[in-house]
Write a protein that binds this ligand. Structure first.
Ligand code: RP5
Length: 281
């Protein structure tokens, strides 16, 4: 299996310009308690919120399988974030603080690691010449939401290898050729599992496949924990409904397509429509 080649066209969120998170304070997996209400103006830790009393939650699977100790004070490893300088420790509890602010739940929730939990994602797009539509390879998560293929990075594994492994496990596609993939994004994910003390970060790669790409010879087959895997025509509604921050990742990928030499005129027009851009002259 070929290693993904990263290019410089990478985006990350500067740690001194954090964006708000929304799903991490409004959505939750079925087993999570209800989140303590965090209004927009009280998301940032620096905004005083004396009434803030989030429920503490650690899923049974986290307590059973996490390689981290139950108490953060017993953690020996150094926390590493994809957003340098963003690890802050709460002076009161001694636990790491979510860099985007309050989530309405403390503890690790369903995430195994204190602080950042690292994933890798792979956005594959193509122009379908038969249906004349711009498509993305998507998987349907257990929750029913559509997402780009991706998953947790194993210990010692590179992000690019993890992305290729997840493509195989979730969509049944083996990239056996030299895939030239762009690294689109590296940083925080607005994931419904995030808590005040544990959160998702990811590296997202993107490849726009040409008509003759060997990867197109394989029909996607759902595997691992995916309910379905298929090429789906992109629409604004589909993009907006994607899991966690995947909508933002797809939009970044589409923006990159506009500035990529060789992108055909039909694809450019479709991307412009999806991103609601004015026609280019
Ligand atoms: C998201 O969760 C990441 O972007 C990635 O797609 C996914 C990884 O979690 P699992 O699919 O392994 O649960 O935050």
């Amino acid at each position: 299996m070929a290693e993904i080649t990263s290019h410089a066209a990478r985006r990350s969120v500067a740690p001194n310009e954090p964006q708000a998170h929304n799903k991490a304070r409004s959505e939750r997996p079925a087993d999570y308690p209800e989140r303590f209400h965090v209004p927009d103006h009280l998301v940032k830790w620096r905004s005083p919120y004396p009434e803030y009393a989030p429920p503490r939650y650690e899923a049974p699977s986290t307590l059973e399988k996490s390689p981290d100790p139950t108490r953060f004070s017993d953690v020996a490893r150094v926390l590493a974030s994809y957003e340098p300088g963003c690890i802050r420790i709460d002076g009161a509890t001694g636990e790491p603080l979510n860099p985007r602010g309050r989530t309405g739940i403390s503890g690790r929730g369903g995430l195994y690691l204190w602080g950042p939990n690292h994933a890798a994602d792979l956005l594959l797009t193509r122009f379908n010449t038969t249906t004349q539509s711009l498509e993305a390879l998507l998987i349907q998560r257990k929750s029913g939401q559509w997402a780009i293929p991706g998953g947790m990075i194993d210990p010692g594994e590179s992000a690019s290898r993890a992305a290729m492994r997840e493509l195989k496990e979730e969509a049944g596609i083996s990239a056996t050729t030299s895939v030239k993939t762009r690294e689109l994004y590296r940083g925080y994910v607005d994931d419904p599992r995030n808590t005040d003390n544990a959160w998702m970060e990811t590296v997202v790669f993107h490849e726009h496949l040409g008509d003759a790409d060997p990867l197109l010879k394989t029909t996607p087959t759902a595997g691992s924990d995916a309910r379905a895997a298929q090429w789906i025509p992109l629409s604004r509604d589909l993009i907006e409904g994607l899991y966690a921050s995947h909508s933002a990742f797809v939009k970044i990928g589409l923006e990159e397509l506009l500035v990529t030499p060789g992108t055909n005129a039909q694809t450019r027009a479709m991307v412009g429509d999806l991103l609601e851009l004015s026609p280019r002259t």
